[in-house]
Ligand binder design. Structure first.
Ligand code: UD1
Length: 426
């Protein structure tokens, strides 16, 4: 696998364009299974996860066409085969593959899927997905590595209440409910902007959905969904990552194709760290004016709380910031995988359970580190940007899953960074 080599010490400055949201693209691509007519998606990011979801849909017989320099994707699933076992190798590496469950049950009344894999961030079970779909009339048989779901008659709308908000669970039930008979009411639904993006795309296909973005979503099932042409929202986690990278290096950046309304809590924390933020229609800018950030406390929570997907990046910033900080991870267990490498680079972090305590002001030193999880890898890139000397981040497969052209975008902002292809791949 490729490596990234970073010479630390550059102050990030300039303008770049944010890509479309990975976490919107994946469920929306799965939603293409709900219609026999073509779905056209714009603002598509070039990412390994998107390639994998495409591959998964193509393995099932979907027709996939790109246009507009690969920025637009047309998915046509009129002739898919519902043979779950064909999905196995891909499904084990990407948790989002499980998002085809709701659509397959809605369209075919049957689904056989491998249990999902993904980042190494805790157990990430799918029990809430299965309980919610059971309420709509699905019976499940659970094996060691796969799940088989069957609908006896047809999916029936029902009252569904999640114990905790789950993004994927809300998306799966939403995609099943749009073709169920009658009304489904989802309580304690995830409120993430990506859930809203999916709901808007489903509405464009003809679904009847109310309340997406709130804790209660109501769906009135329809008989069929049609074609649509939909542009994905900008990636809010990519936006936040570049803002934190700029703040950590004392820099100033302007991010185009970004939506400030989706990163309010991240912007507030960056203001606490001493950054000046400004926003407008389709852009966000940050100016740190050469200053060292102040450390900020963080406690992750479902949206609109502080995103767990931004925790690792703030941990890297807090390592070099002035002052001490406390980071509490409330969404996933085992999401401090990045702290070990940050400590090897000189950070002072003590982890206990779901809490990390940092003593800021560290001088980070370049090291050879390994990318183990998507956002953990982003934190190592940020650390490498401010470290003394050279940092090599090995196995950057995880970064390529979620950050489009990261080295090009960072180079445009003045970073010294290059990709080193793995020679052994030939
Ligand atoms: C999605 C995002 C991921 C983000 C996460 C939380 C995608 C493709 N991924 O992941 O980047 O970090 O939201 O914002 O959109 N849980 C259960 N049982 C379930 C489902 C979830 O216990 O059936 C738990 C999880 O282990 C976790 C919490 O609920 O502790 C939230 O997970 P969830 O919101 O479902 O995350 P994902 O949809 O997997």
């Amino acid at each position: 696998m490729d490596s990234l080599i970073i010479q630390g010490g550059s102050c990030l400055k300039g303008t770049i364009k944010i890509s479309g949201a990975k976490n919107s693209a994946l469920p929306i691509m799965a939603a293409s299974l709900l219609s026999e007519e073509p779905i056209s998606l714009g603002n598509l990011p070039h990412l390994a996860d998107i390639t994998m979801m495409n591959q998964l849909l193509m393995n099932m017989g979907a027709r996939v066409e790109f246009a507009d320099d690969h920025r637009r994707l047309q998915l046509h699933t009129a002739e898919v085969y519902n043979e779950g076992i064909m999905l196995a190798p891909l499904a084990h590496t990407m948790r989002a593959s499980f998002l085809v469950l709701g659509p397959l049950l809605a369209r075919f009344g049957y689904a056989r899927l491998p249990l999902p894999g993904g980042c190494a961030i805790g157990q990430r079970p799918v029990d809430m997905h299965l309980r919610a779909l059971s309420a709509l009339g699905v019976s499940f048989e659970l094996g060691d590595a796969e799940v088989v779901g069957r609908v006896d008659d047809s999916l029936r709308g029902a009252q569904v209440s999640f114990e905790e908000p789950t993004v994927g669970g809300t998306e799966n039930i939403l995609m099943a409910a749009v073709l169920a008979y009658g009304e489904t009411c989802i309580d304690n639904a995830a409120r993430e902007p990506e859930v809203v993006d999916l709901a808007q795309c489903l509405q464009a296909m003809g679904a009847r959905i109310e309340g997406a973005g709130t804790s209660t979503i109501t769906v009135e099932g329809v008989e069929r969904l049609g074609a649509c042409d939909y542009d994905l929202m900008p990636d809010r986690i990519e936006t936040g990552t570049y803002l934190v990278a700029a703040a950590t290096t004392g820099g100033s950046v302007r991010l185009e194709n970004a939506r400030a309304d989706t990163i309010q809590v991240v912007m507030r924390h960056l203001e606490q760290a001493g950054a000046e933020l400004s926003t407008g229609e389709g852009w966000v800018a940050l100016d740190m004016g050469g200053r060292t950030p102040r450390a900020v406390d963080i406690e992750t929570a479902p949206y609109p709380g502080f995103p767990t997907d931004m925790q690792a990046q703030f941990t890297a910033m807090n390592a070099i910031a002035d002052g001490s900080s406390r980071i509490v991870e409330r969404v996933f267990e085992n999401r401090f995988i990045h702290t070990k490498d940050l400590c090897r680079m000189g950070a002072d972090i003590t982890v206990s359970g779901n809490e990390a305590r940092l003593r800021g002001g560290a001088t980070l030193r370049g090291a050879t580190v390994e990318a183990n999880d998507l956002r953990a890898s982003a934190s190592l890139v940020i650390a490498g940007l401010v470290a003394e000397g050279e940092t090599t981040i090995e196995h950057i497969y995880h970064i390529d899953r979620g950050y489009e052209w990261i080295e090009e975008k960072l180079r445009r902002l003045g970073a010294e960074i290059k990709r080193c292809p793995n020679q052994s791949q030939g």
